[in-house]
Design a protein around this ligand. Structure first.
Ligand SMILES: NC(=O)c1ccc[n+]([C@@H]2O[C@H](COP(=O)([O-])OP(=O)(O)OC[C@H]3O[C@@H](n4cnc5c(N)ncnc54)[C@H](OP(=O)(O)O)[C@@H]3O)[C@@H](O)[C@H]2O)c1
Length: 277
């Protein structure tokens, strides 16, 4: 079977990003966007920010009650009625992702965006204290599920005039360190997935890929990785939401393919480098 080969690329320019106080006037009406981990610190902030700008958000989470809480907040704020998508990624198989895609197709016929924020931390510590089965769960949730979800919805994304996929990475995947175990390894793997996809889609003008490294944020996960830290000094997840909103709006293909350091973006420093060298 012949696959389309990327043509020799021009070096990607550094992508220009808007300032953190980007005007809240971006209009996402008529855009349908899936947010995985929409019950988490970052995912719920992103989902609510997208809905506040008119997007119909498909709220993925592991537990129905937590998804319903985000749903209620969006509806109470006057946002478009979201769609609820409960799916435990630790147990999900290919058929589950195919079913998600079929349901989205029957309701919306296309998809304009997919944001990956769902992730499992697992236990941190020396390798000899880590369990093989726990690593398998991390691989399923943090790597196989983003691949399975993305793969399943590619035909729907391809029908949109300009669709965006945004991956959420971690410093510990970009620069692994001791004791980060399966979390660090799986975040490195999902970074590779983002780079592969960005390269594969080089010649697909309506499909964009970007990846965000959030840096420390005041979320439940950070509380588990740094329990003694004064988290009041960290940016709230809401501070990063405008960056995701920007990446999910209609944009030129040439403005995509970026690996974005959100901490640098928040401080006004250069924040973007090419995903594919
Ligand atoms: N927090 C930080 O400082 C930080 C730093 C760098 C990178 N990140 C990255 O940012 C993203 C968001 O992190 P966060 O801090 O917002 O984490 P969080 O609050 O713990 O949220 C994680 C989300 O993933 C979902 N999830 C976990 N296991 C799942 C499973 N088996 N099936 C389906 N969904 C599952 C959680 O669902 P439940 O609500 O049911 O638990 C939740 O919605 C992650 O990709 C993380 O790696 C975070």
């Amino acid at each position: 079977m012949n696959f389309p080969r990327p043509v020799p690329r021009h070096p990607h320019p550094i992508v220009n990003l808007p300032p953190p106080d980007i005007a809240p006037t971006i209009d996402l009406r008529d855009r349908v966007i899936v947010v995985t981990g929409a019950t988490g610190g970052l995912g719920s902030a992103v989902a609510k920010a997208l809905a506040a700008r008119g997007a119909t958000v498909v709220l993925h989470g592991r537990t129905l009650a937590r998804i319903e809480s985000v749903y209620d907040q969006i509806v109470a704020a006057g946002g478009p009625e979201p769609v609820i998508l409960p799916l435990d990624f630790a147990r999900a198989g290919g058929d589950d992702f195919a079913n998600v895609s079929a349901a989205l197709e029957s309701q919306f016929q296309r998809l304009d965006g997919l944001v990956h924020t769902a992730a499992m931390l697992g236990s941190l510590g020396p390798m000899e204290h880590q369990s093989f089965d726990a690593w398998l769960a991390l691989l399923r949730v943090n790597v196989a599920a983003p691949m399975g979800m993305t793969r399943a919805v590619i035909p729907l994304l391809a029908r949109a005039p300009d669709a965006a996929v945004v991956f959420t990475l971690d410093d510990r995947g970009v620069a692994p360190r001791a004791y980060w175990g399966g979390y660090g390894v799986t975040k490195a793997a999902v970074a590779a997935l983002a780079r592969e996809l960005a390269d594969e889609w080089e010649n697909r003008p309506n499909l964009r890929v970007d990846a965000v490294v959030p840096g420390p944020i005041r979320s439940p996960m950070r509380g588990r990785t740094h329990p003694g830290e004064d988290r009041s000094r960290l940016p709230a997840p809401e501070a990063l939401a405008p960056l995701y909103v920007h990446l999910l709006r209609g944009r030129a293909k040439a403005d995509s393919g970026a690996l974005i350091d959100a901490g640098a973006w928040l401080s006004g420093s250069p924040a973007s480098s090419p995903l594919v060298a």
